[in-house]
Design a binder for this molecule. Structure first.
Ligand SMILES: O=C(O)CCC(=O)C(=O)O
Ligand SMILES: [Fe+2]
Length: 345
């Protein structure tokens, strides 16, 4: 039996040594107030007339520049669909220890990964206080049959939901491309050819000030659409300070991924963020990553001639190289970019 999975532990009274972060990266003061300062954007406005659409686009670009994060409401996905999907996600982590073990072993292709901490558990110095399930979701027919069979409603419920999330992602990418001044449908190709679902399960931790559910990182994708349950834990770094992103009922948190920062020549900011733990409540979050197809070539948008490049000069690279570097360096932004510097003559 795999005792690495935190959701299989019972009655844990103190934090094992290999889960304690070094002093400088511990969350420290956990009384950071939840803050309302992440912009909240009403997507319904974008469907009214041209001036409302232009105003919504303006709000999105401003939030993406200042925070790299915003929340969306009135996005068109029904509240009960969100609730139902979140409850199916939560159920996965309540399945028997044997079942969770099998979920991994049964998957020869290893495309549906159940894991604990990071994807580099064996080599990381400190483990994260989370279990996770991760799998691709687009195109649905390529992946759905590899997803968990239990809970029995998993495939249908998550399948229907992921189609709606993909549509929402396309709507947001259209607004962003218009806001950047790119041509219509700029992202509507290999750049957004995949959707990856990553479900995070953070059990209560006896000493939250020593641990992290997820350490500081930028998401290595275009955008992330995040669904939180009612428990807070997500924090964003803004001007050197951590802000807690308050869970808003029926909202999604949108965050600009590192690839979109690179493509937009640094015009849009990908903010570093992390997840902290708490001592009383289990927290679940589901991240839907809008990502390129594996072989898609990434480079700053040539059409953005009117922007200065605020990024380090990088060679073009394949998305799959970038992702491998992300996992190998445990999300270290400087190290990732170093390997894409152009060769020196
Ligand atoms: O649990 C959260 O709120 C953060 C999740 C996250 O940052 C991620 O999955 O990349
Ligand atoms: Fe993230």
């Amino acid at each position: 039996m795999d005792q690495k999975l935190i959701s299989n532990w019972s009655n844990i009274k103190s934090v094992p040594e290999n889960y304690i972060f070094p002093l400088e990266s511990r969350p420290g003061d956990l009384k950071i107030p939840t803050s309302n300062s992440i912009p909240i954007i009403d997507l319904n406005e974008a469907q009214k007339d041209d001036s409302d659409r232009a105003n919504t686009i303006h709000q999105i670009i401003k939030a993406a520049q200042e925070f790299g994060f915003f929340q969306v409401i009135n996005h068109g996905i029904l509240e009960n669909e969100m609730k139902e999907t979140m409850s199916v996600f939560k159920e996965v982590f309540q399945m028997s220890d044997e079942y969770k073990q099998k979920l991994y072993l049964d998957d020869d292709l290893k495309t549906c990964k159940r894991f604990t901490s990071s994807l580099r558990y064996e080599t990381e110095n400190v483990h994260l206080w989370r279990d996770s399930l991760r799998h691709p979701a687009h195109p649905l027919e390529d992946w759905q049959h590899l997803w968990p069979e239990n809970p029995t409603e998993y495939r249908e419920c998550v399948g229907n939901f992921s189609v709606k999330i993909k549509e929402l992602g396309s709507r947001i990418m259209d607004l962003i491309s218009e806001g950047l001044g790119l041509k219509c449908g700029y992202f509507d190709n290999d750049l957004t050819g995949s959707l990856i679902i990553s479900i995070n399960h953070y059990p209560p931790c006896p000493e939250p000030s020593l641990t992290l559910g997820l350490s500081k990182h930028k998401d290595p994708y275009l955008i992330t659409i995040l669904m939180q349950d009612g428990v807070s834990g997500l924090q964003v770094l803004k001007d050197g300070k951590w802000i807690t992103v308050e869970p808003l009922p029926h909202a999604f948190v949108i965050n600009i991924g590192h690839l979109l920062e690179i493509i937009s020549k640094g015009k849009l900011k990908s903010a570093e963020h992390r997840a902290v733990t708490n001592s009383s409540q289990t927290r679940t979050s589901a991240a839907f990553f809008i990502a390129p197809s594996d072989d898609c070539l990434i480079e700053p948008a040539q059409d953005l001639t009117h922007y200065e490049n605020n990024q380090p000069i990088l060679r073009s690279f394949k998305y799959k190289e970038f992702l491998k570097n992300f996992f190998d360096t445990l999300g270290d932004t400087d190290l990732i970019l170093k390997s894409f510097e152009p060769p020196k003559n």
